[in-house]
Structures are given as C-alpha cells and as structure tokens.
Design a protein around this ligand. Structure first.
Ligand code: FE2
Length: 231
C-alpha cells in the first residue's frame, strides 16, 4: 500500500519536526501495511527556489535514512513535493525536478480561492509540458469552487489524490465512496504531519472502503497505484 502524500521529512515544513517523529510516522504506517511513502514536503515558490528546496530536502532525507540505518520493516521512501500552485509555473525550468522520484507525477496543491480560467490554463500547460499533474486532496476545494469550475478542472484529466479524511467525515463519506467507485480517485494519502493531530490514518479510510465496497476494489486500486509509480 502506498501513501502518496505525507509530510514526513524532518524539519522541512509544518510536518514532522524531528527525526523521532518521522520514524514514528513511518512505523505507524508500516504497522497497517504501507510499504511505500511519498515524502511530499511543501514547496512554496515564494520561499525557496527549486535548487535550494532540493538541497534542503536531500539533507532532511539523509538525516532520516541515516537514523533508520539498517533497521528492517520501514516503508520505502520516495522523494517528492507538494507544490503550491504559482502563476507561470508551467514555464519554470526544472519543474520536473519536483516530480515524485522516478515518475512524471507532480503533486499540485491548488489555490484555496476560486480558480480563474487562467489557473485552469496553467494546469493544462503543465500537463502539456509532459508532466502528469496529481491534484492534491481535491476534496478540500470542491465546496469552494463553483460546480462549473470543478467540472472544467476534471475535464483537464489530472490524476486525483484524496486524503483519508475524505472517507472518514460523515459529511463527505458518501461522496468519497462514489468517486472511488467511479474510478475518479487515483491516489490516496494520509497527508500526515505528526503523530498527534494529523497522524498517519490511511488504515481507517481503507477499512471503511473495504467494508462498504469489498476487498477486491481496494486491492485493484493499490495495484494501479503501484503501476502509476512504477513499483
Ligand atoms: Fe499536504
């Protein structure tokens, strides 16, 4: 099972604050069957250029993997980023360096305001440049976008990532299940930041889906995830 969205690297953002927390997050994930974790620390173009971000990320990754050492049973870590939308990003050199390691998948955090046509065209341009956009936690935007905007966004055929919470909130669970059943969701993530308020919780979402839809669709889903990430 792959968790495609986790702020697991120590000291990179508002996620894991130290190596100890990162290790606990990975252990917890492994305990319910996660074998691959995408380390998707926030990338804010205003704060860091890509080169600086990558250097910081490498340092954090090295600290974590050195602390894990030869210990057995940890999920495989794939380096990635959660890239906050910025104007002109499709024309940015090296944008592909922010893709999930070994893939063309770019985890994109959309703006938390209504999207203009220009925003949608920018996403389209990223896709045309050869990268495959994965819209991070799409459920967080669905209520702030007019229905027409959301439809136009889905027409761009990006991949869609949802957080576990989408399935666990009584207000959104039905919608989440419907989207899952209809194949509109390609990736799941915990979007975990720590071991307290936002701990890894994909197990709860997966158990819920299995209870409602059965095991088979879930194992098919994660087999597809493996395919997309080249596992
Ligand atoms: Fe996130």
């Amino acid at each position: 099972m792959t968790d495609l969205h986790m702020h697991v690297l120590p000291g990179m953002d508002d996620g894991s604050k130290d190596v100890r927390t990162s290790i606990a997050m990975l252990k917890r994930s492994a305990s319910y069957g996660v074998d691959t974790v995408a380390a998707t620390s926030h990338f804010y173009a205003e704060q860091n250029g890509i080169a600086k971000y990558l250097a910081r990320r490498q340092t954090a990754y090295n600290r974590l993997t050195e602390a894990i050492g030869e210990r057995y049973g940890f999920p495989r870590l794939l380096l990635g980023a959660e890239v906050l939308y910025f104007s002109g990003m499709s024309a940015t050199d090296d944008l592909d360096a922010l893709c999930l390691e070994g893939t063309d998948l770019l985890l994109l955090e959309m703006p938390f305001v209504p999207w203009t046509d220009r925003v949608l065209r920018e996403v389209e341009a990223i896709q045309r440049s050869g990268l495959q956009v994965v819209a991070a936690h799409i459920e967080r935007y669905m209520d702030i976008q007019p229905r027409r905007t959301m439809e136009a966004f889905f027409d761009l055929n990006t991949f869609i990532q949802c957080n576990g919470e989408f399935f666990l909130s009584r207000w959104t669970a039905r919608r989440a299940l419907r989207m899952f059943r209809q194949g509109q969701i390609q990736f799941l993530g915990s979007d975990a930041h720590n071991m307290t308020s936002r701990a890894p919780n994909l197990d709860e979402a997966v158990q819920f889906i299995e209870k409602k839809l059965g095991r088979e669709p879930v194992s098919r889903f994660f087999a597809d995830v493996d395919y997309f990430i080249g596992a």
